[in-house]
Design a protein around this ligand. Sequence first.
Ligand SMILES: CSC[C@H]1O[C@H](OP(=O)(O)O)[C@H](O)[C@@H]1O
Length: 343
Amino acid sequence: MDTMYWEDNTLFLLDQTKLPIEVKYVKLKTYEEVAEAIVSMKVRGAPAIGAAAAYGMVLGVMGYRNDQNLEVYLKNVYETLKNTRPTAVNLFWALDRMWKKYLEVKNQTFEEIANALLNEANSIFYEDIELNKKIGAYGLEVVPENASILTHCNAGALATAGYGTALGVVRAAFEAGKLRKVFADETRPLLQGARLTAFELLEDGIDVTLICDNMAGYVMSLGLVDLVVVGADRVTANGDVANKIGTYSLAILAKEHGIPFYVAAPYSTIDLNLTSGQDIPIEERNPDEVRKIGDRLIAPPRVKVFNPAFDVTPAKYITGIITDRGIVRPPYKENIKKLFGGK
Ligand SMILES: CSC[C@H]1O[C@H](OP(=O)(O)O)[C@H](O)[C@@H]1O
């Protein structure tokens, strides 16, 4: 199942807010529609957000009406897409890559510019699938035989252009016959684990058991988890990791139980501009996401809510970072620079 695909100058996007009940693709023909899809999380997951934004830049160019300076107009498209969500660095990495491509071809004909940007968006999309398969291949090294893996949120094909990062490791282990089962945290408040990871793994015939987030510690204490593998929205130069809210707690639980805790991420999620996780902007979302499950109110409507969508796991809790260029282990600052310094 594709997270998105491009056809007839249209971005067809799987509306993930409808999953797992309904598999529905929305047709996006403007950059504003792409921006709305990112904000409302019809598309979500760091690499998927980046790819969608890249296609948003293409739709922006195709919507140009020659009524103003093209560069001024396109910069506005870039800023609109950039301002959708603040934490996943892949969004900014993809937009900057598209802008760089525009600057390379800006003196060519309009049609050549549009084609160049579409080619770049396609490159971002298809490259991501290859990056994830490399992550899966490297990740095999850390998966024991007959492994039980616990994961959080959804860092699968639905969070990327395909195959997944954390679930890329799960898929590679499954394909290699090393996987016994997966425990999937439901991941309140938006339930990406229950709605997306459970759906995705069942579709692939992978043994998955859904648990509430507050059950993870007990499941670990029963000796049912061999390792934890999660995704990332941003990895800083010292190895700190921003990921879905609840990841930090999981990392501390894993440390307490002596369970290896791995983060899976492509190079496009590494942000060398930030020295530590303290610098990562953490998105706070609509309080009703916590007060409700879907449309059903589960708390007093007037109750105050704090709804950070991500947290930061300090590098000291991370056993290794599984990337498309190999597994990065401590000392992270030195080893991340060695592997990604030239990006
Ligand atoms: C492979 S990146 C997936 C990453 O993105 C998710 O956040 P969201 O669903 O809010 O976009 C979560 O942090 C996942 O680990």
